[in-house]
Design a binder for this molecule. Structure first.
Ligand code: C2E
Ligand code: CA
Ligand code: CA
Length: 361
């Protein structure tokens, strides 16, 4: 068998969105490189190829497509020159900034709980038919002594990766239950509070009993606590996690699928996870009246949810026309800046006293 060598070079651009960690980029590249390891079979011939990657990160390595492309291209030439095992190279500025930020977050997070830097804010969910508050979502806030305010989108993924999410999730669970007890003791008409649980936490074997112990400690009815699970965090969910969720449901807590429509294999999760509700991701809500497909998708999601006996919360409701549209489609609950931003605990009491909330915002 003879081998013919052809030098033919082609460049492709790959755009990755929603990247929070450098590791996500390297993971994708390693998978792609693996596919180039074996020869391709084309018309009975084995074709060997090699691939190199240059990575640029927005906005660190450039603000425009041209600038990003140029720094990726330089990084790619560098990778080619290295010609070694690692066939990819980062535009160093972007990598360094991201890696350094991640490290800073990881080390500062160690002190966050001890130094009392975490806080919960609460955003109301509104019952569309009546305008009444039907519950709250607890959202984590971190005012770091060293880094200033760090949004949850930045530190939750780091905490998940570094294993700190268990301690942080436990803090959230405890703080939300403690707050519910305080409101009950104040004589307020308390509504259920939803906490966000990361898929990583679902690997904790004792999660259900931990929740039960805290509910018992504060003498709380389990239907005052709700769990929100993001669909993307369930991608590598273990079989065990389904049992944990089943147990949590049997204890009397509600479980909702968060960010519905943005992850993968949503419909199979609907079949396998014992859910009580769905939250339609805000990206769909912001497309109402702008994108016909989004409108149709929202109507379909609501109808699938109702067919399965699940209720629906629309997230990120910012405008009156979105309220009207969603109410007409039979969406039961609405949440978003139109009604209220997430607020500290002290403001929740004021909000509860203003019940029912006017649907005019
Ligand atoms: P999420 O669960 O989808 O939470 C909703 C996010 O949308 C919140 O951002 C909220 O402030 C924001 N939001 C609410 N209404 C509107 C609106 O009308 N317009 C717009 N543009 N945004 C709106 P936040 O608080 O920054 O949280 C981001 C994400 O961080 C959350 O997304 C959740 O996935 C995660 N997260 C927050 N707290 C926790 C927590 O305690 N544990 C875990 N595991 N994740 C958390
Ligand atoms: Ca949520
Ligand atoms: Ca969400």
């Amino acid at each position: 068998m003879s081998t013919v060598s052809l030098i033919n070079q082609t460049e492709f651009g790959i755009l990755l969105t929603d990247i929070n960690e450098v590791d996500h980029v390297t993971w994708v590249m390693k998978r792609l490189l693996d596919t180039f390891e074996k020869p391709f079979q084309i018309k009975g011939n084995e074709i060997y190829t090699s691939a190199y990657f240059g990575v640029s990160i927005f906005p660190h390595d450039g603000q425009t497509v041209e600038a990003l492309y140029s720094s990726a291209s330089n990084a790619c030439s560098h990778a080619q020159k290295l010609n070694g095992k690692d066939r990819y190279f980062f535009s160093s500025k972007g990598l360094n900034e991201m890696a350094v930020n991640q490290l800073k977050i990881e080390s500062s997070l160690h002190e966050a709980i001890q130094n009392d830097e975490l806080q919960l804010h609460y955003q109301p969910k509104i019952e569309a038919a009546t305008g009444r508050i039907s519950g709250f979502e607890a959202l984590l806030r971190w005012q770091s002594a060293g880094l200033g305010f760090v949004p949850p989108d930045k530190f939750i993924p780091v905490a998940e990766q570094s294993g700190q999410i268990d301690a942080i999730g436990d803090w959230v669970l405890y703080a939300a239950c403690q707050q519910l007890r305080t409101w009950l003791d104040m004589g307020l008409e308390v509504e259920p509070v939803a906490i966000n649980i990361s898929g990583v936490q679902l690997r904790q074997q004792n999660l259900a009993s931990r929740i039960q112990n805290i509910l018992d400690e504060f003498n709380l009815d389990p239907n005052l606590l709700e769990i929100e699970l993001t669909e993307s965090s369930l991608v590598d969910i273990h079989d065990n996690s389904f049992d944990i969720l089943k147990h949590i449901r049997e204890m009397g807590l509600r479980v909702s699928m968060d960010d519905f429509g943005t992850g993968y294999s949503s419909l199979s999760y609907l079949k396998n996870i014992p859910l009580s509700g769905l939250k339609i991701d805000r990206s769909f809500i912001s497309d109402i009246n702008k994108d016909e497909t989004a409108d149709k998708l929202i109507a379909s999601i609501i109808s699938i949810a109702h067919g399965l006996g699940l209720d629906v919360v629309a997230e990120g409701v910012e405008e009156k026309y979105q309220v009207d549209h969603l109410t007409a489609l039979g969406c039961e609950y609405l949440q978003g800046y139109y009604f209220s931003r997430p607020v500290p605990q002290s403001e929740v009491e004021d909000i509860l006293q203003k019940q029912p909330m006017a649907l005019t915002g």
